[in-house]
Ligand binder design. Structure first.
Ligand SMILES: C[S@@+](CC[C@H](N)C(=O)[O-])C[C@H]1O[C@@H](n2cnc3c(N)ncnc32)[C@H](O)[C@@H]1O
Length: 254
């Protein structure tokens, strides 16, 4: 496997940073996950871990009335979210922060709800759940999504794609077992519907790929990077039955 070049990484970011979000998810799924939370205070203190440009942070702001700290290590995404927050008059609600979700400089026991879509796996599901539990108030919730297998015998191209991007990817039952080992109470889980992959993620991504193909017609490295992004979209179009994104909602037992 060849390492991405500096140019291909630049083009990858030029695609991803322009999207409404950097992974599957939509407002309806956020609302469904939120509805699984029990006994949240009227204005819960929330933390969105690995928020990217904040697609789901904005949904969360619309669905609740509490303050949200939105944290990501990628500074350009946080800068973009900062601009959006100001434009939408949400400065009093959302505080974008550059930080590491594996070691955030945040007060322990200070959040009612930690949200994380498509990001927790970066620090390991179990490791992250243990770490984040300490940031929760007693009875506090964690709502997160994770990619899981749905078919035991995926085609080689699907297996190869995930071996590269998420080699530790497991099954829903593996995540449920990790939740249990962490001593957290499972409030519910559900599979993201296919439209949650397309609306704000793959459809705008495909459009962005077309725009950049026109922008860099003679740049072989850029075109190569754009082609591999296009292949990811195509892989999902053909093989979405093999894997899924699952939303899990859990809470501290105390
Ligand atoms: C797949 S994207 C999901 C972004 C967003 N939650 C969404 O659904 O659109 C994963 C995000 O996690 C962030 N990330 C990965 N590792 C991180 C870490 N250790 N600390 C903070 N952010 C991290 C990446 O920068 C990226 O924005």
């Amino acid at each position: 496997m060849t390492e991405p070049t500096e140019r291909s990484w630049e083009v990858f970011l030029e695609v991803y940073e322009a999207l409404p979000r950097q992974g599957p998810g939509n407002r309806a799924c956020a609302a469904r996950a939120l509805a699984l939370c029990r006994d949240l205070p009227p204005s819960p203190a929330m933390l969105d871990m690995g928020c990217g440009v904040g697609g789901q942070t904005l949904h969360l702001a619309g669905l609740t009335t509490g303050p949200i700290v939105a944290l990501d290590r990628h500074a350009p995404s946080i800068r973009r979210l900062g601009r959006t927050v100001v434009e939408r008059g949400l400065s009093g609600r959302i505080r974008p922060v550059v930080g590491d979700m594996a070691g955030p400089a945040l007060e322990p026991g200070s959040f009612d709800l930690i949200w994380s879509e498509g990001a927790l796996y970066n620090i390991g599901i179990e490791h992250g759940l243990r770490l984040w539990s300490a940031l929760l108030r007693p009875g506090g919730h964690i709502a997160f999504t994770d990619a899981v297998w749905r078919r035991k015998d995926p085609p080689d191209e699907v297996r190869a794609a995930f071996a590269q991007d998420y080699p530790q990817m497991g099954w829903t039952d593996d995540v449920l077992a990790a939740i249990e080992r962490c001593g957290l109470e499972l409030l519910g889980h559900f599979t993201l519907p296919d439209e949650a992959w397309w609306e704000d993620f793959y459809t705008p991504m495909a459009e962005r790929v077309r725009v950049l193909q026109r922008k860099y017609p003679h740049d072989a490295e850029a075109l190569g990077a754009l082609e591999s992004i296009g292949l990811e979209i195509e892989l999902h179009r053909r093989h979405s039955a093999c894997y899924a994104y699952e939303f899990f909602v859990v809470r501290r037992r105390d």
